[in-house]
Design a protein around this ligand. Structure first.
Ligand SMILES: [Zn+2]
Length: 250
């Protein structure tokens, strides 16, 4: 699978070259978004990713740095399908979100935009809570509550026989205990509400094989070189301080 890291920043004011949180997993000819921070559609499309392959979008919680790009992500799918002449079959898109009212608000905006957001593919929203929220022949996604805010979740993702844990936003690393049970092939973890040291030590103690640091705030971004060195020392050489636009093969 390819993991496309799109926006890798925390919910800061605009910073040069850093967008809010989003990544996408590309597997079996399909695409799955995890969070949809500002500019995620633009970053994916300009990075050569076909947005029309999207089957599902999973939102960890409805803060703006995780949903700010949702409207333009859906809008760009319609644009690519309707206006740029793509004629192939386009699969339905489902947005999994903890508060359906937020999805409905984006849809109101889209329905009031050009063409009434009339698409030739289905788009729907689905509210979720804890437990397995999605399964198809490519991927399984299970949600676990975190203590960041009410209705915030982390995900345990199974894809191509590998386990990926995505933190969303957390209050403490122990929020990930249930999702991490038994270890994982890759932990994608935020560094804005917990320190880089805490994340690295936790990932090592929980037997993560790889560590991708995302949702990076000023502490990490302000001294990226030092952060990379610290991550390598604390976790090992499979720790990566991600950048916007970075793709890794897992
Ligand atoms: Zn956030």
């Amino acid at each position: 699978m390819n993991i496309h890291f799109l926006g890798t920043g925390a919910g800061t004011e605009p910073l040069c070259g850093i967008h809010h949180q989003s990544f996408a997993i590309e597997t079996g000819g399909s695409l799955y978004f995890f969070d949809a921070g500002e500019g995620c559609a633009r970053l994916a499309h300009l990075g050569g990713v076909n947005l029309l392959k999207t089957k599902a979008i999973f939102i960890t919680h409805t803060h703006m740095d995780h949903v700010g790009g949702l409207g333009s992500l859906l809008w760009n799918m319609r644009k690519l399908h309707s206006n740029v002449g793509y004629t192939g079959f386009v699969c339905p898109k489902v947005v999994f979100i903890p508060k359906l009212a937020t999805y409905d608000a984006f849809m109101t905006i889209l329905h009031n935009s050009e063409g009434g957001f009339d698409t030739r593919f289905d788009v729907s929203g689905k509210e979720y809570s804890c437990g397995e929220i999605y399964r198809d022949f490519n991927i399984t996604v299970e949600a676990f509550a975190t203590n960041h805010v009410p209705h915030s979740y982390c995900f345990r993702i199974v894809c191509e026989g590998k386990i990926i844990v995505y933190s969303g936003d957390i209050a403490k690393v122990a929020d990930l205990d249930s999702a991490m049970a038994g270890g994982c092939d890759a932990l994608v973890c935020e560094t804005a509400h917990v320190s880089l040291r805490q994340v690295c030590e936790y990932a090592k103690s929980q037997h993560a094989h790889r560590l991708y640091l995302v949702h990076n705030g000023r502490e990490v971004l302000g001294s990226r070189k030092q952060s990379e060195l610290s991550a390598a020392n604390l976790f090992g050489d499979t720790a990566v301080v991600t950048n916007d636009g970075m793709t890794v093969v897992l």
